[in-house]
Design a binder for this molecule. Structure first.
Ligand code: GAL
Length: 416
């Protein structure tokens, strides 16, 4: 654990003596509001408070920051940017290129970030080769979670392909169980879509279609298969899915009301918080067709430039604490993710977490690590917005044909 800085000690002592004194301070804009997200973040809050840092919490509920991003724009426009903000790669690029984010190179050099951060993440934390973000963790997005007791009771095996998924879905429906737990929000529907692109087309196709937005890939027979299967998934969700938050969908899986959820491993954080056990209550397998691939998501913090000395010190303390080795382990054990540091042992993680460590290393060796589109890593914000709007409209409008969906996606991207 870190030593208390002299300033922090002075602040604590003087505060205890009843004298008001400036103390290192951070106001933190984030969206970690579910039970397991808040529990993980509390590890950081507690660590910083022990250092004498004043933490002003600014939570904005809404999966993957779909609402927090609007609050951030409003606060910056009002001249009141947060000292610290939770961002993902495309947002780091947006604010970094505008010169609004603090240069963290001094902290990175002092703490050897180039050697301790998982290498595939580093380019996404830099703008013009300058660190402007510190990574908290890595989530894997291409997971399928299943309720093991429901599967065992019905004698089902977790699906490895999308044809197997459909067959399992039909058997679950016949047994009166909701096959797929889903929240009807654009990012969750785009999540399904990106897993279909990877599972049906493979990593290279994913890169061409979603990272490069190559028109021949978007108009290919493979993409038609993706949209056709996405339409099929309408048959496997319950009528009340529209607008549902992701953690309420996970609660359906935990309670056995639904049998499967295709979701990043933050869903596991909720299952752990509910005292559920891997391979007893829940099972984890790669999303159909994606075994050997690792769709990564980075959660990071950036720090808006400020002249306020207390905020500058609070930012320095927070950027340093986020990559503290003990915090990196404690956070991910609660959050369902794996550390952004490469030197944290997997020993304390459950079987699904251990599998994530192994699969990340294998995917790095095989060049099958893939940036998530739904979680703001594969494409710029404007292009991601077109995918969100188009895929959500397609999933919600059952009379839109797969070809119409593709035509709408291509024209939307071309209109940027
Ligand atoms: C992801 C984020 C996770 C979790 C999830 C649901 O984008 O990386 O930490 O917050 O959204 O909100």
């Amino acid at each position: 654990m870190m030593k208390m800085t002299a300033t922090a000690l002075a602040a604590v002592l003087l505060a205890a003596a009843g004298s008001a004194v400036a103390a290192p301070t951070v106001d933190v804009l984030h969206y970690w509001t579910s039970g397991s997200e808040a529990s993980g973040l509390n590890e950081l809050k507690t660590l910083l408070q022990k250092e004498g840092v004043v933490w002003k919490d600014a939570p904005v509920a809404g999966g993957t920051g779909m609402n927090a991003v609007q609050v951030l724009h409003a606060r910056v426009a009002a001249g009141d940017p947060p000292a610290a903000v939770q961002l993902q790669p495309s947002q780091i690029a947006t604010w970094g290129k505008e010169g609004q984010l603090r240069d963290l190179d001094d902290i990175a050099t002092k703490n050897g970030w180039d050697k301790i951060i998982s290498p595939e993440l580093i380019p996404y934390l830099n703008v013009d080769k300058q660190y402007v973000a510190v990574p908290v963790n890595v989530h894997r997005n291409n997971w399928l979670w299943y309720n093991k007791q429901v599967f065992d009771k019905l004698g089902l095996a977790p699906p490895k392909t999308w044809d197997e998924f459909n067959a399992v879905g039909d058997k679950l429906k016949a047994a009166g169980v909701i096959p797929l737990a889903l929240g009807g929000q654009p990012w969750q529907e785009l999540d399904l879509f990106e897993n279909l692109v990877l599972g049906i087309g493979g990593p290279e196709f994913y890169r061409k279609a979603l990272v490069q937005q190559d028109e021949s890939a978007l108009r290919s027979p493979t993409m038609l298969k993706v949209f056709t299967e996405l339409r099929k998934l309408n048959d496997y969700v319950d009528p009340n899915y529209p607008g549902r938050d992701w953690n309420l969908a996970t609660a359906m899986l935990i309670q056995g009301k639904a049998a499967m959820q295709i979701q990043g491993d933050w869903a596991k954080g909720e299952m752990l918080l509910a005292n559920k056990k891997a391979n007893v209550d829940y099972g984890c397998v790669p999303a159909p067709g994606t075994a050997g691939d690792f769709t990564w998501i980075i959660d990071a913090f950036s720090f808006f430039k400020t002249k306020n000395a207390d905020k500058v010190e609070g930012q320095t303390d927070m950027a340093t604490a986020v990559l503290d080795k003990n915090f990196q382990e404690a956070f991910s054990l609660k959050k369902g993710s794996i550390p952004a540091r490469v030197d944290v042992s997997s020993a304390k993680f459950d079987e699904c977490g251990k599998q994530s460590f192994v699969d990340r290393a294998q995917a790095q060796a095989n060049h099958t690590t893939i940036p998530s589109l739904a979680h703001n890593a594969a494409a710029a914000e404007d292009k991601t917005g077109v995918f969100l709007d188009t895929i959500s409209s397609f999933f919600e409008s059952k009379n839109m044909t797969p070809q119409q969906g593709i035509d709408r996606l291509v024209s939307g991207l071309q209109s940027l």
